[in-house]
Design a protein around this ligand. Structure first.
Ligand code: KIV
Length: 273
């Protein structure tokens, strides 16, 4: 099967329209030019230059050691390889601890070619989200399991199982949307909470371990190729698409994009109830 070329680049409007039409979209992480090209020509709409690179590329046991310079370095490479996907980039740990710092850090990623910056947190991000959005920098707010807070959370575990915690997450997602967030990403929450957040919000919601009802899905590229480093426990929400590929790694990217769009991934075996 040949690679897919796009007539027009994916934008936030594209994602909003897809949400409006009930069409799912697929996202994957990418950290270099070659994989950015392979992924963005395989039907995947959004690339994330994720700070997960600290774990899958650099060999750390968390994302905390990743610096803004690391992110800018990888962002520059992904920009060169990208063929029309929307590129999100993570603001790494402690690069947005204050509002003015968030502006400077986000500007560095935007100059390197990001279209959207991603920040981890809840309602406390409202002011930074407003500040960035008003200055032309689209924001994705990452909620639920937020790996940069792993020491406070105490482990990589499902968030929002408790009804009051779930309600707080819905309320905070609405606050962030009202503050200007263009995308909400929810990680590791029960299926019904992923569905509720998606239905309550007007902006596109991307899920990872959040069930099948979110507008988009995302996975770490190494995980969906069965390349999770041995020091990391493979999460339940991960599926290795390489075995069902008809054409090696590019075929696995296409199989993932097709499964997300057809609604066959994630299945119940990848979701939390
Ligand atoms: O850094 C990353 O790869 C992420 C995804 C897990 C969503 O934030």
């Amino acid at each position: 099967m040949s690679t897919q070329s796009r007539k027009t680049p994916v934008s936030l409007n594209t994602l909003r329209q897809k949400k409006g039409r009930g069409q799912r979209f697929a996202s994957l992480t990418a950290y270099d030019a070659l994989f950015a090209e392979l992924i963005s020509t395989s039907g995947v709409d959004v690339l994330l230059v994720g700070d997960s690179l600290g774990m899958v590329l650099q060999g750390h046991d968390s994302t905390l050691p990743v610096t803004l310079d690391d992110m800018v370095y990888h962002m520059n490479h992904v920009r060169r390889g990208n063929q029309g996907a929307l590129i999100m980039a993570d603001l790494p740990f402690m690069s947005y601890a204050s509002e003015s710092q968030s502006l400077e850090s986000a500007a560095a990623l935007m100059r390197a070619g990001a279209h959207v910056v991603k920040l981890e947190g809840g309602a406390w991000l409202a002011e930074s989200t407003r500040l960035l959005t008003e200055r032309g920098i689209p924001v994705c707010a990452h909620m639920g399991l937020t790996p940069q807070s792993i020491n406070r959370i105490g482990g990589y575990r499902v968030q929002g199982r408790d009804p009051s915690q779930a309600q707080t997450m819905v309320d905070e997602a609405l606050i962030l949307q009202d503050s200007g967030a263009s995308i909400i990403l929810v990680e590791c929450v029960p299926v019904d909470l992923g569905q509720k957040i998606t239905e309550r919000l007007d902006v596109p919601v991307i899920g990872i371990g959040a069930g099948p009802h979110t507008d988009g899905q995302i996975m770490v590229m190494h995980d969906m190729l069965g390349l999770t480093p041995s020091s990391i426990r493979v999460p339940k929400f991960v599926k290795n698409f390489l075995p069902e590929s008809d054409a090696g790694i590019p075929g696995a990217f296409r199989a993932y994009a097709q499964a997300v769009k057809a609604g066959t991934f994630p299945g119940p075996e990848h979701s939390f109830t």
